[in-house]
Design a binder for this molecule. Structure first.
Ligand SMILES: Cc1cc2nc3c(=O)[nH]c(=O)nc-3n(C[C@H](O)[C@H](O)[C@H](O)COP(=O)(O)O)c2cc1C
Length: 169
């Protein structure tokens, strides 16, 4: 059964416009698809949704870069990051809902990117993006399509340049 990993980068849950749009999009894909998708949602702002990627994890990463052996503490941090990556790598397709925060992305999504982007695991490309993944409530790009949702007509933004993260291998 194909699987979709839905990454919710809004902490506003029931009030979130981008989450409403993502759910509408996923429902539309499900109803148009010839078979049922397995759907998993990662709410990035849930407590304990993500392990920290700080002093220990960063030093674990640098140990990999420099060919050093990781300490037990670093290995534990590395395994915690790996479990987040494994969830990402296991999915066949991804849906992200990403509110604009101060002309960028919410910090929890950047944390997720910093966790899954590791040597030999995945790489980040800023050249192109395969699927429209974000919508901005009060901010619109010119010539973007309107999308009809249960909450009414929404302007859907498709950034021309966005990060694409690809599992390696
Ligand atoms: C911390 C924060 C920063 C924001 N920064 C911007 C911004 O820079 N530009 C903008 O147009 N809207 C900004 N907004 C508004 C949100 O992008 C908008 O309300 C969006 O609908 C939020 O998505 P959500 O409803 O899925 O949570 C910001 C909202 C918050 C909470």
């Amino acid at each position: 059964m194909p699987s979709i990993l839905h990454i919710n980068a809004s902490p506003r849950y029931g009030s979130s416009d981008s989450l409403g749009l993502a759910r509408h999009f996923i429902d539309s894909v499900q109803s148009a698809a010839p078979e049922t998708f397995e759907l998993e949602t990662l709410n990035l702002f849930d407590d304990d949704a993500l392990p920290a990627f700080g002093r220990v994890a960063a030093s674990a990463k640098m140990a990999v870069f420099t060919g050093q052996e990781q300490t037990p503490e670093q290995m534990a941090a590395w395994e915690a990051a790996r479990s987040v990556f494994d969830q990402f790598a296991a999915a066949d397709a991804y849906v992200f809902n990403i509110p604009m925060w101060n002309s960028g992305i919410p910090y929890a999504l950047k944390q997720w990117i910093d966790i899954v982007t590791q040597p030999g695991w995945s790489s980040v490309s800023t050249r192109s993006m395969g699927t429209p993944v974000s919508w901005k409530g009060s901010w619109r790009w010119p010539s973007t399509p309107a999308v009809s949702t249960p909450q009414g007509s929404r302007q859907c933004s498709v950034p021309t340049s966005a990060a694409r993260i690809l599992p390696i291998g």
